[in-house]
Design a protein around this ligand. Structure first.
Ligand code: BTN
Length: 261
């Protein structure tokens, strides 16, 4: 259960978050942040989404009050060709906050199982722990950063290959404390994005993934899936996939790792 009073007193007016909006139930925190007239720098948190959205038109389903589901509405100094740096920044610092959190319960070797999967999933032991959906309102430069993080849920449909922090650590997760840690991580490094330290952000993000060199199945739109090997992750946000005779760069699509047990 999230303690909204603690969130408000700790975050409101800290320079990164202006107001905390708590909704016990909402269709999607991203949709709410995009369509409602709420201030820039708002944090929208809910206990339950009835129509949670994932990337590529998928659904994001979570159990009531078990997990973190929230969105942040931010104005970012990015041109349309720099959108990928929002993806790199928020996925890297989410990864970093979760890694710090896990280090209280796991050995440093165990925390190495945490990684980022292109473009912005967080995996533990090759299972999905978190997903991010970033939507932009252009030309205003407003971004909605929506995050779903599996915390206390202990059962998932087999086909989604997901895992929660409780399953990893064996401990009940304090959602309020974890959310404060995540927002703090976004906030203390925010000048990197504001100062356009793009190369630094990209390098951190790239160092946090283990998917380069792995075999994969790649699907874009509803085309037939193709099998190849991930050969690079590029600063322009694309993934390079090596097929028999050629390397193709993709800016969106679904990559599934094959051959991971
Ligand atoms: C994905 O992995 O496909 C992205 C999932 C993003 C889910 C979060 S939960 C909070 C926010 N509101 C939504 O409707 N989606 C994002």
């Amino acid at each position: 259960m999230i303690d909204i009073e603690i969130l408000k007193s700790s975050l409101e007016g800290n320079g990164f978050i202006s107001s905390v909006i708590y909704l016990d139930e909402v269709n999607s925190t991203n949709t709410y942040a995009k369509n409602k007239d709420i201030p820039i720098d708002s944090l929208i948190v809910t206990d339950l989404q009835s129509e949670g959205k994932g990337r590529l038109g998928r659904k994001w389903l979570t159990e009531k009050q078990s997990n973190l589901t929230f969105s942040i509405k931010k104005k970012l100094p990015l041109s349309p060709a720099e959108n990928q740096f929002a993806v790199f920044y928020f996925s890297y610092y989410l990864y970093s906050a979760v890694k710090n959190y896990l280090s209280a319960a796991l050995t440093s070797q165990e925390t190495e199982e945490l990684q980022i999967k292109w473009p912005n999933d967080i995996l533990f032991n090759w299972k999905k722990l978190s997903g991010i959906l970033i939507e932009s309102v252009l030309p205003e430069g407003i971004y909605i950063i929506g995050i779903g993080l599996n915390c206390n849920q202990t059962g998932f449909p087999k086909e989604i290959n997901a895992v929660s922090l409780k399953q990893i650590t064996g401990n009940e997760i304090d959602l309020t404390n974890l959310l404060l840690n995540i927002i703090k991580e976004f906030s203390v490094h925010f000048s990197e994005l504001e100062n356009e330290n793009f190369g630094y952000i990209y390098n951190n993000w790239k160092k946090s993934t283990k998917i380069i060199g792995k075999d994969c199945e790649f699907q874009i739109n509803n085309e037939k899936a193709k099998y190849g090997k991930i050969s690079d992750l590029n600063e322009d946000g694309s993934i390079s996939i090596q097929y028999n005779d050629q390397i193709v760069n993709y800016f969106s699509g679904e990559v599934k790792l094959t051959g991971i047990k």
